[in-house]
Design a protein around this ligand. Structure first.
Ligand SMILES: C[S@@+](CC[C@H](N)C(=O)[O-])C[C@H]1O[C@@H](n2cnc3c(N)ncnc32)[C@H](O)[C@@H]1O
Length: 218
C-alpha cells in the first residue's frame, strides 16, 4: 500500500483505499485489506464520484483536511464514509432529502462521531444554515436540474471566503438532449456569476458517464 499525493488516500496497483475508521465494518460491500496493523477500505471509483475524480488524476484538487465540510446529497453514505475516514478531526455535515436513504446514512454516522447527518432539502439552505455554520469545503452531488444554482445558493450562505468547492455535475439531470459540453459550460458560467472561481473540470468517464467534476474556489 503506497501513499498518494492526497493525504489519507492510498494506492495498491490501480485501486485506491482509505484507512478504515471502523475496522471490520464495510459500508457498501467494499473490499477490506489488512496490512500490518492497519485496515484499509477499497474506494470504488464506479460507486463514488470522488474516487472516480482521484482516479482521473486532477491537477488542482486540494484534499487537505478541512475543519468543517458540508456535503449535499449524502445518499446512503458511500462517499461520505470515505471522507469520514480521511478527516477524523473534521466536522462533516451531510444533507440528504430522501427519507428512504436517510436511515442508512444515520447508521453510517452512528459509528463515526465526525459525521452529522441532516434530513433536509439542499434547495432550502436557510433550513440548516444555523445548524451548520461557515464551512471550508462544500461538496455537492444531488442530481437535480438546478445543480449549479443549488451550489451557488449554499456557497453564498455557508462557504467561507477562499473556501473550496466540489460539484459533481450530472449532465443528464440538467438536460436529456443538450450536448454535455454545453451543459458543463452553462453550469460553469452560472457558478462564476454566483461569485465562484472554476479551477478545473474533469470528465468522470469511464467511471460515471455524462458526469463532470467541477473544482471550485470561493
Ligand atoms: C447520486 S446520489 C448521491 C451519491 C452520494 N453522493 C455518494 O457518492 O455516495 C444523489 C443523492 O442526492 C439526493 N438529493 C437529490 N436532491 C436533493 C436535494 N434537493 N437535497 C438533498 N438531497 C438531494 C438524492 O436523494 C440522492 O440520495
Amino acid at each position: 500500500m503506497e501513499p498518494t499525493a492526497w493525504p489519507g488516500v492510498f494506492r495498491l496497483g490501480r485501486d485506491l483505499y482509505t484507512v478504515n475508521a471502523t475496522p471490520g465494518h464495510r459500508v457498501y460491500g467494499e473490499e477490506l485489506r489488512l496490512e500490518r496493523t492497519t485496515e484499509y477500505r477499497r474506494w470504488d471509483p464506479f460507486r463514488s464520484k470522488l474516487s472516480a475524480l482521484l482516479a482521473k488524476a486532477p491537477r488542482q484538487l486540494d484534499l487537505g483536511p478541512p475543519s468543517r465540510l458540508l456535503y449535499l446529497g449524502g445518499a446512503h453514505g458511500t462517499t461520505v464514509s470515505h471522507l469520514a475516514d480521511l478527516y477524523p478531526s473534521a466536522q462533516l455535515f451531510v444533507v440528504e432529502k430522501s427519507a428512504s436513504a436517510f436511515p442508512t446514512l444515520l447508521e453510517v454516522a452512528r459509528a463515526r462521531s465526525n459525521l452529522l447527518p441532516i434530513l433536509a432539502d439542499a434547495q432550502l439552505p436557510e433550513r440548516y444554515v444555523a445548524d451548520v455554520g461557515p464551512v471550508d469545503l462544500l461538496y455537492q452531488d444531488v442530481a437535480q436540474r438546478t445543480q449549479a444554482r443549488i451550489f451557488v445558493e449554499n456557497a453564498s450562505v455557508l462557504l467561507k471566503p477562499g473556501g473550496r468547492g466540489l460539484l459533481m455535475l450530472k449532465v443528464r439531470s440538467v438536460s436529456q438532449a443538450a450536448p454535455a459540453r454545453r451543459v458543463l459550460l452553462d453550469a460553469c458560467r452560472e457558478l462564476e456569476a454566483g461569485g465562484l472561481r472554476v479551477v478545473e473540470t474533469v470528465d468522470l468517464a469511464p467511471f460515471a458517464r455524462d458526469h463532470h467534476a467541477v473544482i471550485l474556489r470561493a
